[in-house]
Design a protein around this ligand. Structure first.
Ligand SMILES: Cc1cc2nc3c(=O)[nH]c(=O)nc-3n(C[C@H](O)[C@H](O)[C@H](O)COP(=O)(O)O)c2cc1C
Length: 249
């Protein structure tokens, strides 16, 4: 067995973490079953424990159960979907319009994760060089939420084909708060092993070796590079997944 630093989680605990990472999917189909408050509470607390610039915690969570508001969201989604379709030509436009890209009305719960960039005023640790650090922080909260939800058996679908101004109007979100992520949440019939856009042959996971650069952007992975080879090898997972590596990896 490979040596681990003594702070490493046990193989079983690491397995749980990597299972959540590899088996997380963006979901667009949901069962109507309600999400119990204690489960939702855990998932929201996981989101609230994300890293944030200067510990600003710029997020809020708008829980959306009201069906009338959700119908309005669906209407603005449909308008935006048509506008988005115009960027594609011919057969690709047809394929785009055939994709199911949201579960706004089917999911028992919608949730908006918002970002308030000026929550702690302008003097934020870590903010001088980069203006968008609160937005980055809020995205981390969304990822925490997404992974915790997967561990709880809940599907999450991020719907971005919407204009912020519409969401702000429908949910009375103040002008200084960004409706960063509109999420559909609920139990699902099953979690596909691969991204839905991959199965629909819309896009593929990029080969990891193509993403590596060594010391300079100009130095990619050469043939025989050990790190690139390890990233592509099943052997690195042996200790954590002795029998079955999740297929979606
Ligand atoms: C910022 C963001 C916005 C997204 N917006 C949409 C969307 O509007 N509709 C949709 O169907 N999926 C949306 N997705 C989901 C991606 O399509 C999905 O993450 C990607 O295809 C990979 O699949 P996976 O999440 O199941 O691994 C979004 C994801 C992110 C991170």
């Amino acid at each position: 067995m490979a040596k681990n630093h003594h702070h490493a989680f046990s193989p079983e605990m690491r397995r749980g973490l990597y299972e959540a990472i590899f088996r997380r999917r963006d979901m667009r189909e949901f069962l109507p079953d309600a999400v119990p408050d204690d489960v939702l509470a855990r998932v929201l607390i996981a989101a609230h424990h994300a890293a944030s610039v200067g510990f600003t915690q710029p997020w809020d969570f708008v829980i959306v159960r009201d069906i009338e508001r959700r119908r309005e969201v669906k209407r603005v989604f449909e308008e935006e979907r048509q506008r988005n379709a115009l960027q594609f030509e011919g057969a690709r436009r047809e394929r785009f319009l055939a994709l199911k890209l949201e579960g706004i009305l089917e999911a028992p719960l919608n949730l908006i994760v918002t970002c308030e960039p000026e929550r702690f005023g302008p003097g934020v640790l870590g903010k001088v060089s980069l203006r968008e650090v609160e937005v980055y922080s809020t995205c981390l909260a969304v990822e925490n939420l997404w992974l915790a939800a997967r561990a709880e058996g809940l599907g999450v679908g991020w719907v971005s084909i919407m204009r912020n101004e519409d969401l702000s109007r429908i949910f009375s979100i103040p002008a200084n708060v960004i409706p960063l992520a509109y999420l559909c949440i609920g139990y699902v019939p099953d979690f596909p092993e691969r991204p839905i856009l991959e199965s629909a042959q819309w896009a593929k996971r990029l080969p990891p070796r193509n993403l590596l650069h060594f010391d300079s952007w100009n130095h990619g992975a050469l043939d025989g590079d050990k790190l690139a080879a390890a990233m592509e090898s099943a052997l690195i997972w042996r200790e954590i997944f002795p029998d079955d590596i999740p297929d979606g990896r």
